[in-house]
Design a protein around this ligand. Sequence first.
Ligand code: GAF
Length: 382
Amino acid sequence: MSLTAVAVRAAGRFLSWHGDQPEGVWHAPGRVNLVGEHTDYNSGWVLPFALDRGVVVAAARRGGDMLDIRSLQSEGRAVVPLPGLRPGGVTGWAAYPAGVAWAMREAGLPVGGASLVIDSDLPQGAGLSSSAAIECAVAIALADLYGADVPRTELAALARRAENEMVGVPSGIMDQSASLLCEAGHALLLDCRSGQSTQVPFDPAAAGLALLVVDTGARHALTDGRYALRRAECEQAARALGVPSLRDVTDPARTAAIGDPVLARRARHVISDNCRVLMAADLLGAGDVAGLGRLLHDSHASLRDDFEISWPQADVAAEAAERAGALGARMVGGGFGGSVIALAPADSAAVRAAVRAGYARQGWPPPAFLDAPPSAGARRIL
Ligand code: GAF
């Protein structure tokens, strides 16, 4: 389904539910991260790019300082009074959009009531950042509707605040930054400490390659506590090393000074993945897309063995893809379910067939495949 078709569907549903046209339809994409996983909340570097899929919000202002939130992907309707709204006041899927309105008002922005109809062509729980896409689509819709002139980096921080405080997930800044700042044909090199970002040209097709996403079918939820546990382990490791964050360590050998072997492995992943991000950006800057393959492979091994957040379907998919000719493959996102990316030949039929065959040998239902052209960030589309 094309983006325009999703937007038209959301606008049509808005009309039938509210008896009026929306004032506009806004879109925010999901993301794939090339490398640098669980580095964002360690003040490190990430290198995501935007997908051509995401979330749309058909929206209009409404009186009474109320949010009326409905979604084509979720049952029910949330009606949320904005005055007095605070963390804990809304739970479930509506906490994401309501949290954004709350965070914007907390920041002093002139945001009032709105009717929001949310639609998506992004699989949920697939590690492609569907939550941040909801937050960012709502953030740009409310900012436009109420004429709030906010830099995109600030909107990203407010969307993250919604997720941290209203939803209760201690996520980093990568997903919201990717959704709001990415540009077509580029990956975004983001320094999560300084907030500085650079657009790095990324054109796998020009190198005869394709970045293939394998939705492994195993679902993940950042809310299940395992993501928060990894974050806490990283903070403990940084304390053991006497640094403000793991970003401040560049030599993996220093992890030998951490007494606890689990914390040492967690730190080694973060330190080595930070290094891989910078190497990947250099390779892309030099036009060497194929060189990314080795980094993807090494990152997956690090996430599987040191950070221990891979899952069986991801390991099978990554290994089968590489055996069939992918230059490298790895899990993406928070872990414990979601998607794998494979840097494959432009004709990825053999890679897809090998992954399907690997799944069949395990008796698993076949995975889904998505093309992932590096696409534009969030914007108004209707
Ligand atoms: C999730 C989080 F939301 C991000 O902030 C990031 O930590 C990622 O997992 C892992 O790199 O997507």
